[in-house]
Design a protein around this ligand. Sequence first.
Ligand code: NI
Length: 136
Amino acid sequence: MKKISVIRKAHFNAAHRLHNPNWTDEKNKDVFGLCNNPNYHGHNYDLEVKVSGELDPETGYLIDMKLLKDIIKEKIELVFDHKNLNVEVPQFKNLNPTAENIAIVIYDILRKEIDEKYDIHIRLYETARNIVEYPY
Ligand code: NI
């Protein structure tokens, strides 16, 4: 069996604020800087979802890319795009929406949707220069 990976790219714009409610305003500002702005701010997130596993010799596919595209569209883009993550996405009610935590939340959502015979890996670009991968 040939092991192979495919990658599907996606994009969403979202607002967030990084804040630890257990800390003083001063400490939050020191640690999170501009991302602590109480009025929120936005990022243009680029997402890459890598799916790995064994090539199906009958189709020549690893996974139907249309299926993968539809899962990412429905479960991630429609949920995250043009949203305030802190306020509108329940997973971040009590979880700081850092790029790291966003990548983990995306992984957890997709893990439930994609057949367990596949490994999945998330790469999230918060900016062109700041990139998170999960699992590492
Ligand atoms: Ni930010």
